[in-house]
Design a protein around this ligand. Structure first.
Ligand code: UDP
Length: 428
């Protein structure tokens, strides 16, 4: 199949861990690469956010990456990208007119708009149109529910996101909780498929180098440094444990800006540090800053448990990475986390924003090395049997095929349109 993925703000090339680069970047890069391994032609379209990037490049995975000029060739926060989406869509439409995909797959709501607009432009020109799949990665309605006035999404998201959900051929939800939200938005059940995110089980393994540590129990919280990830809940739990005389626990916080200097002035780091100081646990925290992809398995292997207590979580790749490394988890039972981490089997569930419950769960794991080992071993099993990118790609391919089964793909017309465009001098 000729597959085009559109991921406006999340390039497969970006360093992850900063404010706007995380799970979506990994998902797009790994899914695209796994689809190439299955013999498909995959092109990823993202916004060109640096002068140094060329228009088109081939990634080592065999994926073609097109860096589309739309807006300034520098980083722009994703919540300010909407004005550039029409230009982004127009350029993609021109590319597709010349090199038509059979399936297009939008990632995030604004890419969904770009896909629909670009396909509409093809239709207007009488060119063949591809089937359109959409993965949201996050839903504005959920974000608004939890973040209220702190949500910096453009106001238009409220109406445009449901419009995307209802306009595409198929919405791919990453967990049952997201499917429920989509149905509440008016998306019919038969147009929703559930395919989870994955983990690279060759890199994230229980064996291999580990970042060593001393005698204290070491926890890790890994992710973009934004308040909704709930790292403050973990720090408050450390405060409660310290009050009860347990100071033998430390927390590594991985994520944030790539630059060590900027980490110190990051407002979220300051907020977390101030909280830790107020609770008298500041010397139990280690801010690791942004950890490179290649170093993440060693960081995970070197800790006794990974703690993920976000307010909400559309999917959450970090728990898969921890499980694949054989590390037990404590997770807030929200969104995708309640599905991926099995309570009492691969980790412990706690309610979100509940430091007392989290402190109790930490104490349970701290006091029971055998339990940690058995949760870790079950995690490896679960990650390998259910969440490899190859399996995710096979499931995604099934969704694409199901869309195309009901699709009259006019192959002959494609060839005709290709020929016509090639003859039109300077058309693109
Ligand atoms: N990550 C990383 N370095 C960091 C922080 C995070 O490589 O310093 C990676 C992490 O290992 C995971 C991704 O960023 O692969 C975060 O994905 P997740 O789905 O957990 O959260 P999201 O960013 O989508 O909210």
């Amino acid at each position: 199949m000729r597959i085009s993925m559109v991921s406006e703000h999340a390039s497969p090339l970006a360093a992850v861990g900063g404010e706007d680069a995380g799970g979506q970047n990994i998902h797009v890069a790994e899914l695209a690469a796994a689809l190439v391994r299955r013999g498909h032609e995959v092109t990823v379209f993202t916004r060109r956010d640096s002068e140094r990037l060329h228009w088109e490049q081939r990634l080592p995975s065999g994926v073609a990456l097109v860096n589309v000029d739309a807006g300034p060739a520098r980083a722009v926060p994703k919540d300010r990208l909407l004005p550039y989406i029409p230009e982004f869509a127009e350029r993609i439409a021109r590319y597709w007119a010349e090199d038509p995909p059979q399936v297009v797959h939008g990632h995030f709501w604004m890419s969904g708009i770009a896909c629909i607009e670009a396909v509409g432009a093809l239709q207007k020109q009488g060119l063949p149109v591809p089937a359109v799949a959409q993965t949201f990665h996050a839903l504005g309605v959920v974000k608004r529910r939890h973040q209220g006035v702190e949500d910096t999404s453009p106001a238009e998201r409220e109406s445009l996101e449901p419009w995307v959900a209802r306009s595409v051929d198929r919405v791919i939800a990453t967990c049952p909780d997201e499917a429920f939200e989509l149905r509440s938005m008016g998306v019919s059940q038969r147009r929703i498929s559930i395919v989870p995110c994955g983990v690279d089980t060759e890199k994230f393994t229980p064996d291999g180098p580990a970042r060593r540590h001393g005698a204290r129990m070491r926890l890790a919280a890994v992710g973009r440094l934004v308040p909704r990830k709930g790292v403050d809940t973990v720090i408050t739990a450390l405060g409660l444990l310290a009050e009860s005389g347990r100071r033998d626990i430390e927390l590594v916080i991985a994520g944030g800006d790539a630059s060590k200097d900027r980490i110190a002035s990051d407002p979220e780091v300051r907020r977390l540090r101030d909280l830790a100081a107020a609770l008298g646990v500041e010397n139990q925290l280690i801010f690791a800053g942004q950890v490179a992809r290649d170093e993440m398995p060693a960081l995970l292997r070197g800790v006794d448990a990974v703690v993920c207590t976000p307010w909400y979580e559309p999917f959450g790749i970090v728990p898969l990475e921890a499980m694949a490394c054989g590390v037990p988890l404590i997770v807030a039972a929200v969104g995708g986390l309640s599905e991926t981490v099995v309570d009492g089997v691969t980790g412990l569930h706690v309610p979100p924003k509940d430091p007392a419950a989290l402190a109790q769960a930490v104490r349970t794991l701290a006091d029971d090395p055998a339990l940690r080992a058995s949760l870790g071993a079950a995690g490896v099993e679960r990650a390998r049997s259910r969440y490899t990118w190859d399996r995710v790609a096979a499931d995604t391919e099934r969704v694409y095929r199901a869309m195309l089964d009901h699709w009259e793909w006019p192959a002959a017309d494609v060839e005709a349109s290709r020929g016509r465009l090639r003859r039109t001098e300077g058309a693109l």
